[in-house]
Structure formats: C-alpha cells, structure tokens
Design a protein around this ligand. Structure first.
Ligand SMILES: NC(=O)c1ccc[n+]([C@@H]2O[C@H](COP(=O)([O-])OP(=O)(O)OC[C@H]3O[C@@H](n4cnc5c(N)ncnc54)[C@H](OP(=O)(O)O)[C@@H]3O)[C@@H](O)[C@H]2O)c1
Length: 276
C-alpha cells in the first residue's frame, strides 16, 4: 500500500476508507479488501463497529490507522478530553491515530468560536503529549479558521480534511495547507457519486481504460490530496484501491482542474446548511 509521511513523522496509507453511514459488515469487507486507514467521527456513531470489525478480522491494531473527530457539542477543554477518552473506549484502544476538530464553529451564533477552538485544541495537544493521539488535525477549517490554531498552538496540525473533488476544489484552502506541510484529505472525493456522471470524467475513464470512480480518486492522488472514498460493495472497494495503478497526463489533469463547477454538499463552516 502506498503511504504518506505527515509533518510530525507519522506514516499513514495514502488512501482511506470513508465510514459515514457505514457499519460492521462494510468495515470488515474493507479490511479484507486491504484498507488500512479508516475515517470515522464520534458523530458517525460507528467507532465501536470499527473496533468489532478489527477484532473479527484478526488484523493487529498497529497495522491499521483510525482517524476520528471531536463533534460540535463536545468542544471546549473538559468536554473534549471526555469525548476523546470515550472514543478510545469505543475503539477499545489506548490510542487513536489521528484526531481532528470536526467543524470550526459549533453554531453560527457563537461569537467566540476562536476561543472555543483553542480550548479544544489544547485538550487534543495534551492527549497527544500523553501518546493517546498520534497526529492532530482540522476538518472543515478554512484558512481564516486555521490561522487561529497556527497562531496559538504548541503542536501543529498534520492533517486537514476538506470537501474536495474535481469540480469543487477549494483551491485557496488546499494551497494554504500545502504551504504549511499539512496533508489535505478529500472528503466526498466522488462528490457522493455526482462527479461520476460528468462527461469529462466519463471520457477520461474510456481513454485510460479505468472506471469513472478511479478517475476521481486518481485526480485527488495527483493533486497530493489523500482520498477517503466510501463504498458499500467489495467490488467497488477493490476498484477504488486500484487508483494507484495508472496515471492521468498533465493535459488531462489541467482539464479536470478547470472543468465547470460540479456542485458541492451544501455544507460550509460559516453558513447554514443548504439542501442540494
Ligand atoms: N469531515 C467531514 O465533515 C466529512 C463530511 C462528509 C464525508 N466525510 C468523510 O468522507 C467519506 C467519503 O465521503 P462521501 O461518502 O460523502 O462521498 P464519496 O466517497 O464521494 O461518495 C460515496 C458514494 O459513491 C459511491 N461509490 C463509491 N465507489 C464507487 C465506485 N467505484 N463506482 C461507483 N460509485 C461508487 C458510493 O456508493 P455505494 O456506497 O452504494 O457503494 C456512495 O454512494 C465519508 O464516508 C466520511 O468518512 C467527512
């Protein structure tokens, strides 16, 4: 499995399995198909299903990477410590590989969200120092949210998760993180399936003799963004792992980078959710 080394020295697989709305059977299948990085969150309610699947698979804990996230209503120093210890209990593990703050603002009315983010980060730093977390990260933090963390932190973020796919790249945020050696991860790397219907993606799948899903994931890989695809069947999981077996040429990368906007999830850290 291809790997990436984070700025704090932790080496992780270069693709992860997205687990939102996924439970034990799919996680076990993903383990059997070769996934070794699982993206979860306390909000997904499936941390214990990951632990159960891992135990069932017979694979050692230290061969697998698990990332989780502190949910909005667990932010603040004391609540974050409690929430992460609960995550560790759910995972039946004495550490979690990557821990992120899920969203920078728990609600849009809160004025001092910067103060709350720092308190949350402090708690994460403390558990990092104790070895209970192996890397810290930010999820859905745009550059002006992340600046607050960079200005105050003792431990820098190693990972940043953003909605990212061909047709919705959030390039200024991606560039911001690249310049700070923060590994960007793509959530919804296939736009929840939307990108698979695009005509350029379809054309390139035929040209390279691959599937549309593989074009989407390979695009992330060549942008140095780690994809986190979710899939329900063993065939799709296997297909998605094969995005490392071909290369999109420079001209086609430019075409994908400049394709028309393909929509987004409707979730943005500073806006009420838009129903798409
Ligand atoms: N940090 C955050 O706030 C945040 C937000 C959203 C998501 N995420 C993370 O990102 C992960 C992935 O995002 P996502 O689930 O929204 O979107 P996604 O991975 O872009 O798309 C998943 C959809 O694509 C389909 N699919 C997967 N592989 C396929 C293939 N090879 N061919 C055709 N269709 C395929 C899946 O169908 P089937 O399931 O039917 O196979 C599913 O409907 C989540 O599971 C979660 O871990 C994080």
């Amino acid at each position: 499995m291809k790997t990436l080394t984070l700025s704090n020295g932790l080496t992780i697989p270069a693709i992860g399995f997205g687990t939102y709305k996924v439970s034990f059977p799919e996680i076990l299948t993903a383990l059997n198909e070769g996934y070794r990085y699982f993206d979860t969150a306390s909000f997904y309610g499936n941390e214990s299903e990951i632990a159960k699947a891992l135990e069932h698979s017979g694979i050692n804990r230290n061969e697998v990477f698990i990332a989780s996230k502190v949910w909005k209503n667990d932010m603040g120093y004391d609540s974050t410590i409690k929430a992460i210890l609960r995550t560790l209990e759910n995972l039946r593990s004495d550490y979690v590989d990557v821990m992120m703050i899920h969203w920078p603002r728990p609600d849009l009315e809160l004025e001092d969200w910067k103060g709350l983010d720092i308190e949350t980060w402090r708690a994460m730093e403390e558990l990092y120092a104790e070895g209970k977390i192996h890397a810290l990260g930010l999820s859905n933090f745009l550059p002006y949210h992340a600046e607050n963390i960079f200005a105050e932190c003792r431990v820098k973020p190693s990972v940043a998760q953003l909605e990212f796919h061909a047709g919705y790249m959030q390039l200024s945020a991606v560039e911001y993180y690249r310049n700070r050696r923060v590994q960007v991860q793509a959530w919804s790397p296939m736009g929840r399936g939307r990108v698979l219907n695009d005509e350029l993606v379809a054309e390139l799948a035929v040209k390279y003799g691959v599937t549309r899903g593989q074009v989407c994931l390979r695009f992330c890989v060549q942008e140095s963004v780690m994809p986190l695809p979710k899939a329900s069947t063993a065939e799709r999981m296997r297909e998605n792992l094969k995005c490392f077996e071909f290369e999109i040429d420079d001209e086609d990368m430019m075409r994908l980078e400049n394709m028309p906007c393909l929509g987004w999830s409707g979730e943005h850290p500073d806006r009420a959710r838009v129903k798409i």
